[in-house]
Design a protein around this ligand. Structure first.
Ligand code: SF4
Length: 375
């Protein structure tokens, strides 16, 4: 089983913290959609197996018109073998989700919405320069529920000066809205973002790691009590609503990434497209793929496996590590894991190494310590 990821590189305005690839000019939108479809054709032999998930990310895929969405779906369904019940997710921003837009999306093949709410509070939304307001955040979800059952919302924690109370209110609003899936990320300050500059100029307080950790731990408590499972570090789902797209990614399934800046993986190689809309359009028009490729070594694959699996509730299966990477990696993993097991930050049960409750917030750092380094 494989997946298709489609990057829609347009946004109405730039959120202060964002370092994804997007343009706020829509001038090249038509040409870019044509190029996406052409890239799908160019690369249709690249992916083996039936397509189980299709994911529209960005950027802001909810800026696609009905015709543009139709054009992309027609290209996919005419050229790829898609399973009978694919998961087809579209990332949407609340300000785009009018009743009319939701009708269009529901009439298309999209069957899962991922809504970029980030916060239900006006002050947070303004600070992050989001294009939507509090009312749009609430209304978009209420209206979306009339058209979609499978809805995820994104929330950001660790926002400067966000108190635990305000974070709890955000979570409680999400629970009242009764969505079956929540993805939540700590606000991170990436280089070259407006957020970084605003913090450097003293206009916004720096991000506080300890506050973020408290928010994260509160979130686990509140959401687990409400029946969500924290099936991956940043993802919480009610039974039956775990993201098939994300789960496939963590399990190393191949996917085709279409569009500027999109990444692909075929089981051995990672490929990433150029992150420039104009250069992307020009190259695709000539029938060329503007991408760089990196072949993964066994060590790269082992390190990625450790990093992604440790973030999930499924953990790292020791027999699987031995089967995929060999005895040396298995022995190394168990040796390096020992002091985290002694400290109660990792658990080893039924031949599965997983992060303990206490180690959860530290999972990326722990994974890095388990990496194999080729000297
Ligand atoms: S809408 Fe999403 S992709 Fe666009 S600027 Fe904001 S965070 Fe970035």
């Amino acid at each position: 089983m494989s997946g298709i990821y489609i990057h829609i590189p347009f946004c109405k305005q730039a959120c202060h913290y964002c370092d994804f690839h997007f343009s706020t000019s829509m001038k090249k939108k038509d040409e870019l959609i044509d190029a996406l479809c052409k890239e799908l054709l160019l690369r249709k032999e690249e992916i083996a197996g039936d397509i189980e998930t299709i994911y529209f990310g960005g950027g802001t895929p909810s800026l696609l018109t009905s015709e543009e969405l139709q054009q992309i779906f027609e290209t996919i369904f005419a050229n790829f073998s898609v399973v009978k019940d694919p998961e087809i997710t579209l990332e949407a921003n609340p300000d785009d989700l009018s009743e009319e837009k939701l009708k269009i999306l529901a009439a298309s093949s999209v069957n899962r919405l991922s809504i970029g709410v980030q916060s239900f509070f006006e002050a947070d939304l303004k600070m992050m320069n989001r294009a939507h307001n509090q009312q749009e955040a609430l209304e978009s979800i209420e209206t979306a529920k009339n058209y979609f059952d499978n809805i995820s919302i994104d929330l950001i924690y660790g926002i400067p000066q966000m108190s635990n109370e305000r974070w709890l209110q955000n979570l409680n609003i999400a629970l009242e809205l009764n969505v079956p899936h929540i993805s939540s990320y700590a606000l991170t300050v990436e280089p070259k973002t407006a957020l970084k500059k605003l913090i450097e100029k003293g206009k916004i307080s720096p991000v506080d790691e300890d506050a973020a950790k408290e928010h994260y731990e509160l979130m686990i408590e509140v959401l687990e009590t409400a029946g969500f499972e924290n099936y991956e570090f940043s993802n919480f789902g009610k039974p039956g609503y775990f993201s098939r797209n994300n789960t496939a990614y963590w399990f190393g399934k191949p996917y085709l990434g279409i569009g500027p800046s999109a990444h692909s993986f075929d089981g051995n190689n990672r490929k990433w497209n150029i992150n420039n809309n104009i250069l992307y359009i020009k190259a695709i028009a000539k029938g060329e793929l503007p991408a760089e490729v990196e072949e993964l070594s066994t060590t790269d694959k082992y390190n990625e496996h450790v990093m992604t699996r440790l973030r999930t509730k499924w953990g790292i299966s020791i027999p699987e590590v031995e089967e995929k990477f060999g005895e040396t990696y298995k022995t190394y993993l168990l040796k390096e894991a020992q002091h985290f097991l002694d400290d109660g930050l990792l658990d080893l049960n039924d031949d599965k190494l997983s992060i303990s409750k206490r180690g959860k917030f530290l999972s990326d750092g722990i994974a890095a310590d388990l990496f194999f380094i080729n000297l």
